[in-house]
Design a protein around this ligand. Structure first.
Ligand SMILES: [Zn+2]
Ligand SMILES: [Zn+2]
Ligand SMILES: [Zn+2]
Length: 184
């Protein structure tokens, strides 16, 4: 899927039911306010605190079934990281509320090595100002600096993702059930 296309949010076998089980007005991560609010999951979680949903007769991790709709396929062997979690700002380990965050904009697939590096390096966020929170390079055309807020560096790729998500949410929730989306 190209980044500019509006992602479809209807999960095969689930439809857009999952959108009714998230609270889209959750807390905004203090270490990365540009991510926007978490969407705390009000459905079931597994024993490690991750959001799960019944899809195609099986219980599956929410982020694994929804991630490909928004971001494209997860490369083999990669893991989905929750960007709203950061070890400096989240004292909890197994009880971390971010594991049940259902906002697809807060997920990023990484290699297991990258994932370990991030969780083991508390200062990584502050050290990498040349990248946005999602790892896009903040240079050239991708860097937006507004004249009225020169200290605020915005990522064009993230802005595109936010707009595409907003459009997809409009489409997915317009009919109430999303059954008209053709992906059920
Ligand atoms: Zn989140
Ligand atoms: Zn956390
Ligand atoms: Zn970005």
């Amino acid at each position: 899927m190209s980044a500019s296309a509006a992602p479809m949010l209807a999960v095969p076998g689930v439809g857009t039911r999952w959108l009714k089980r998230v609270d889209m007005a959750g807390p905004i991560p203090s270490h990365a306010p540009e991510l926007g609010p978490c969407w705390p999951w009000r459905g079931s979680t597994n024993n490690r605190g991750y959001a799960v949903i019944s899809a195609g007769g099986r219980t599956r991790l929410l982020h694994l079934v929804v991630y490909p709709l928004v971001h494209g396929p997860i490369p083999t062997g990669w893991e989905v990281d929750h960007l709203c979690h950061h070890p400096d700002y989240c004292a909890k380990k197994d009880g971390c509320p971010h594991r049940a965050c259902g906002n697809p904009g807060h997920w990023k697939a990484r290699t297991p090595e990258e994932n370990n590096l991030r969780s083991g390096s508390p200062t990584a966020v502050n050290a990498r100002k040349d990248e946005c929170i999602r790892g896009h390079a903040l240079v050239g055309d991708n860097l937006i600096v507004r004249a009225d807020r020169p200290e605020h560096r915005e990522c064009r790729e993230c802005r595109r993702l936010r707009r595409a998500m907003a459009l997809a949410l409009d489409v997915a929730t317009a009919g109430g059930t999303g059954e008209q989306l053709g992906l059920l």
